[in-house]
Design a protein. Sequence first.
Length: 522
Amino acid sequence: MNKASVRGTKEKYLSIKKESTQDASFIVEGNSALDNVNKKIRLYSMLDQGLMSSDQEIDKERLVSMLRQEKGQGRIETIWVVGHFSNRNVRDGVIDCLSHYKVDWIENESCINSGFFDENGLFIPDQKMVMSLAAYASNLVDKVMIWPWYCALPANAEQSLLLDLDRASDAGYYETMLRDGCENPESFGEAGLVWSQKTLPVFFKNQIDSVEKYQSWLKNQNNSSRAGWALNVTTSDASRLYQTQNKHGEPPAMHFGICLRARACTHNWVLTCQNLERTLYNLSRQRSHDFRVWLAVHEKPEINTFGLDVEFVVVDFKPPINSDGTFGNDKRRKRNAIGDALNKYVTSGFYYMQLDADDLIDISLVQCVRDDNNRKGYLIEKGYVFDYANNIAARCNEFSAPFWHQCGSCAVLYFEPEDLVRGNSEESYFEQQRFHDSFFEISQKHGRLMTRWADEMALYLVNHGENHWSSYRHEGRAGRASSKSNFAHRHQIKTPPEEHGLFLRYPELVECQYQNNAVAGE
């Protein structure tokens, strides 16, 4: 069969021309909107025996929850692909569901198993199927996603994927993080889910339109970039498909505070500035740029701020150098200086995150705060520790140690303008929130019960020579510096999916590896 027809309601009948069908035979059913010229991305949702839990029955409730999902912004269209089923009753049941909900679907019984997850956790679609579906997509489609049927794009997930892809070039490959539901989730969207250690491919169509290009993709998966997230839908997770964003209206402003040590208090000023630039670059990759960065300094560093809204707070006190030549700690005074600057600037409630000048956060963090907007704050329970010198990473979680116990870049706090005002002899609430291991407790005392994020939302970069604990606290290799490296060694990530996912989420670490390899080769 060399042409495909679209059958919808009685009032509508369309004919679709295809550039090529190659070796696939397609029958299209449903209530189609394939003539919408604004749709540039196509999701093929694969249904075949190999992707079913049983060849004797279909998880109808799970499938129905997928089919009932409300459509998103319209830039992504979904077409269901019905492959081979040895049990004809199961196949007929699948088609009945698709027809009942009037979704677009095509049939290709030659596909027995449309794909599998490889050792890195990436879904690898069948080569023959890829060629067929790429050819089936019209010239109006420039990106193609071929995913298992149970991988959904809720509205907020679709938004995240589009934001990532809109920044993408035609070079490289892209992967979507597949997330699972978790028990008693407190927060909405991406940060309220846990990564399944699986990812899904997103192809530029011109990169998979030949066998050679597809095989090139197989060889170069490690060059992939992150593109949004998807939900691994179970029956209990179906409600997540219909959640609405932003429970409290327009979200308050978001601010980051960074305290940079004085040049006189560094062992290596160039490295200190490089670390800060890496952090600012990481912030520039945020899906939402609705935030301001306050940078407390003794002198303005000559750095690239990557187009961010950066406000320098130049302090006038002397650098903390002790009589014996060791460095003191002025982080508290600089943080208070940021509080004073905010006191003159803000007129309403706001979110604030104190960020160390060398740490990294997940690119979804600001968007997650804005989407959920609980006006109480958020605590990062899970994250990563990355040993720069040894190129190893560890997870902070319930099995090792909570992230907030290890790293100060662990919370998004909520403040009102009056929280910045000092009493006659008392610290302001803003000033009280300076110890990362008491963020949650102090917030709770002020009636702001922070949401504990389920996902790994930050990365603590250690052992690079200019860490806060190695320079300010002057604790050498036998002290705290060693303990951080020991933590990374004890809880080192060793599974390929987690390694692959870590560098997918934090491409800045690839630069760290490159720099270390270059030094090792000198």
